[in-house]
Design a protein around this ligand. Sequence first.
Ligand code: SF4
Length: 255
Amino acid sequence: MRKLPGVFNDQQNTDALQFGSYINRIFELGYECKTVEELFAIAKEIKPKYEFATSGPKGYGKKKIENCINNFFTFNAALSETLAVEGNFKVEAETFTLNGIIDRIIIGEEGGFLVIDYKTSKSMKSPAELYSDPQMLMYTFAIHHMYDIPYTKITMAHWYPVQNKLVTVRIPERVVEQYVHRKLKNEVWTIRKLKTDEFKPKVNKFCNWCDMIGICPAYHTQTEINEEFKCKAGKIEEAKIARKAYYAEKDKKPT
Ligand code: SF4
């Protein structure tokens, strides 16, 4: 963390993260809900697991939560078939591996994918910002390789439940591949060149939001980490089979 001044701040308030996790979990558990009341029931049931201020100028009060849920209900009802929710990915890229979790993948009428990342932040990114966003670039690369789908059929999106806005972008193959094989590769090598004791994982209050917690040496033995990798690889294989079955049934494999 000493290598990330300005990014990591152990004193930072966790309300925004807790609120974001809470809202994301409602959407994850409730994407098949047929009524908004079912969503509110999920929200009520899981609320005790999350701690954030519900009053004050920076609080996340009842109105804000209700607004997010109502917006999600309308947004969700208009989406076509869901291929994956909170899907883990693990994709090899030359000499390193990309891991992450994708909030939602939707299969469109024409066989394309809409890949959605829910964002509860106050400020929204523009399509131009998404075009060069590292997370969007990595996810696009992962989706392309995991599902064997052309880049031209992948639409990446941020959906903002507070504002009820969907911001989308299609990132060309050239831009994604250059990012992964040049910029990201260089960053990985820079980290690898650090001495091991300079980059030891340090348990902190943000661990619950870390995508790496399932494979973090601070929490798991090497055997557990190896098992987790095997499990993730199995889930990806299942997703590939499900996708093939979907297109076989609908007879509309994307070109
Ligand atoms: S889970 Fe591990 S890698 Fe992630 S923040 Fe915590 S200590 Fe660091």
